[in-house]
Design a protein around this ligand. Structure first.
Ligand code: FMN
Length: 201
């Protein structure tokens, strides 16, 4: 199923076509494709080129990792995410490796790496659905995460599936229109809350 963004201004099709489905096909994601997705994450920009990210990946054929990752999700997310072929947990290192100082951009950089991965996935007909609904303490315990690393977000990767397989409440959300704030609410110049001049036309 496609759900392109109803944009106010033209954007690249990779941005337009990305969305966060909950229905995924059974089709597995090949090791070759997974390598390219994480290669895309690898080339994301980061503060001081620290690359403060790490990913725990559970594919369906690695039922041990997949099962443990799934068990860290809140029940709402488990209900639909269990069908996706790849489950991932993104983590950030909170201090710079070279001097131990706090890296206040670690989360930001990890988000950028996931955005890179998502663009690569979209270009390959894959979809990514990110999740804040998981238990970070359980992740730390189940995967022996070292001190200094923080679980940030989970996400699934997969090919689009038939929304009809979803329970009714989720199917409604799957089919609902995608909405966004207007640019005038968050792109400013001059002073806070003053829409940027280039938006007037
Ligand atoms: C950091 C983050 C956390 C999210 N957490 C959840 C989640 O726990 N469960 C869920 O179903 N969707 C989750 N989402 C998906 C958002 O609801 C979705 O991206 C948003 O509604 C916009 O829809 P779109 O991605 O289809 O444009 C999350 C997205 C992000 C980026």
């Amino acid at each position: 199923m496609k759900k392109p963004a109803a944009t106010h201004y033209p954007v690249h099709e990779l941005i337009r076509d990305r969305w966060s489905p909950r229905a995924f096909a059974e089709k597995e994601v090949s090791a070759e494709v997974l390598r390219s997705l994480f290669e895309a994450a690898r080339w994301a920009p980061s503060s001081s080129n620290e690359q403060p990210w790490a990913f725990i990946v559970g594919t369906k054929d690695d039922s041990d990792t997949h099962g443990r990752l799934l068990s860290t999700l809140v029940e709402f997310n488990q209900n639909w995410a269990k069908h996706a072929p790849v489950l991932v947990l993104a983590l950030s290192e909170l201090a710079f490796a070279r001097n131990g100082h706090p890296n206040r951009n670690a989360f930001y950089d990890t988000g950028a790496a996931v955005a890179h991965l998502t663009a690569e996935a979209t270009a390959r007909g894959l979809y990514v659905h990110q999740m804040a609904g998981f238990d970070p303490h359980k992740v730390i315990e189940l995967f022996s995460i070292p001190t200094g690393w923080e679980p940030i977000a989970a996400f699934v990767i997969g090919y689009p599936g038939d929304p009809q397989v979803l329970p009714e409440s989720l199917r409604e959300r799957e089919l609902a229109p995608r909405t966004r704030k207007p640019l005038t609410e968050f792109v400013m110049s001059g002073s806070w809350n003053q829409p940027a001049g280039f938006l007037k036309h």
